[in-house]
Every structure is written in structure tokens, then in C-alpha cells.
Design a protein around this ligand. Structure first.
Ligand code: ADP
Ligand code: NI
Length: 215
């Protein structure tokens, strides 16, 4: 038993309770994958595994989509941690990561700490590859959006300034997923991202070829 293993177990139970029934891509298994990937990257990059594991576990509890506001979500996480550990420095490190790691169109400033970079990479990796494709269609379906609009060519979708009120699932690849590989912080995550990116490109190629056959 390391110093924080009980706290980590309690955090796991807290997150499972908070996210139970979440169907928009933030279910417990997303958290579990991000946690495992974060620990794997932390090992390669010599980041603090306790900070990475806790931030990965807690990163989506404060999500605006699940709370009245981002501040209310962050307060909930901070209060929970204050009730379960006396390590205030650890609380500050975790809060700093989860309050600054979201995608926000790639516009947020770079993560300050190595641990923040690791957890952000792990979360972004889960939006890529086969799992990322599945999450995209689930999210889009939950919003009642269609898969694809053949009137929107690949060229139109790839335009920086393309805006539509009824975005398709396929549009999300161009809006976000295909950009993530170049936004990875750590070199190990970049390697993993390259593979997942290549798989998404292959997927899109196959998708368009099947769509064409049925035109
Ligand atoms: P996270 O920070 O955990 O990646 P997000 O809320 O940004 O969470 O997204 C959850 C999942 O839903 C991700 O896989 C993301 O790519 C996908 N997603 C987010 N926005 C859209 C969208 N407009 N259309 C389709 N999928 C989306
Ligand atoms: Ni996440």
C-alpha cells in the first residue's frame, strides 16, 4: 500500500457514483481508459503517477455538461478531496490540472506541469482511433444528429471557417479529431496518436468509398 492508495480507491468510488448512467461518452469506462493511458504515459515520461491517476479519475466530474456550471463542478471535486485527504499540495496539483485541461477548440494555454500534459494527452488519445470513432457517433446520436450529409464534401468540411447549426458526426473528425495528433504534449503520446490518426484516416477513406457505392 502506497501512501495514497486508499485515497485513490475512494476517488474511484466517488467517480463511479457521479458518472453512473452517463451516456454521452463520459461513462466510467472512458475514465478507466484515461486513467490507464495516463499511468502508461507517466511511466514513460517519469511523471508523478499519483497526481496523474487522481487527475485522470476526477477530470470529468467537474464537466459543465454534468453540472450547473464549471465552477460548481470544480467546487464539488475540491470539497470531496478536502474531505478525504490532508495533502493540500496534492489537491492543488489535481485541481490545477482538471480546471485547465479541456480542449476548448485548442485555444487554452499549454499545460504548466508534466503531470497536466500527461493527463491531457491521455484524455485526447481517448477521442482518437477506434474508441474515439465510437464515442463520436454515440455523442452525435445522443444529440439527435445525422451521421453524414453527402452535400458536404471533404473539402467543405475541412475548411477552417465551416459553420453549421446541424453538425454531422463526420464533421467532428475535421472540427477536432484530425487536429489532435499535432497537439500532443509528450513524445510517447504522439507515437500513440500517430497510429490512431492513421486508423481514422483509413476509416474515413472506407466510409466515403462505401457511401459512393450506394449513391
Ligand atoms: P472529453 O474531454 O472527455 O474528450 P468531450 O465532452 O469533449 O470530452 O467529448 C466527449 C466525446 O464526445 C469525445 O470523444 C468527443 O470527441 C466527442 N464529441 C464532442 N463533441 C462532439 C460533437 N460535436 N460531435 C460528435 N462527437 C463529439
Ligand atoms: Ni474526458
Amino acid at each position: 500500500m502506497t501512501k495514497h492508495s486508499e485515497f485513490i480507491q475512494q476517488a474511484e468510488q466517488f467517480v463511479k457514483r457521479e458518472l453512473s448512467g452517463e451516456a454521452s461518452g463520459h461513462d466510467w469506462w472512458h475514465i478507466e481508459r484515461v486513467r490507464n493511458t495516463a499511468l502508461e504515459i507517466a511511466g514513460k515520461e517519469q511523471a508523478d503517477p499519483v497526481v496523474c491517476e487522481l487527475a485522470a479519475l476526477l477530470h470529468d466530474v467537474a464537466d459543465e455538461k454534468l453540472n450547473d456550471s464549471k465552477e460548481a463542478g470544480l467546487d464539488k471535486v475540491r470539497s470531496w478531496m478536502l474531505g478525504h485527504t490532508t495533502d493540500l499540495d496534492l489537491i492543488d496539483q489535481v485541481m490545477d490540472i482538471i480546471s485547465t485541461m479541456s480542449y476548448n477548440g485548442g485555444k487554452n494555454p499549454p499545460m504548466k506541469t508534466l503531470e497536466g500534459q500527461v493527463v491531457q494527452d491521455a484524455d485526447r488519445l481517448d477521442a482518437l482511433g477506434a474508441v474515439g470513432i465510437a464515442r463520436t457517433f454515440v455523442y452525435s446520436g445522443a444529440k439527435g444528429r445525422i451521421i453524414h450529409d453527402p452535400g458536404l464534401s471533404e473539402e467543405i468540411l475541412a475548411q477552417e471557417d465551416y459553420r453549421s447549426s446541424n453538425k454531422t458526426a463526420i464533421y467532428h473528425f475535421y472540427e477536432k479529431l484530425l487536429k489532435l495528433k499535432d497537439l500532443m504534449n509528450t513524445s510517447y503520446a504522439r507515437e500513440l496518436a500517430e497510429q490512431r490518426h492513421a486508423f481514422m484516416e483509413l476509416y474515413l477513406k472506407q466510409f466515403y468509398s462505401e457511401w459512393k457505392v450506394r449513391d
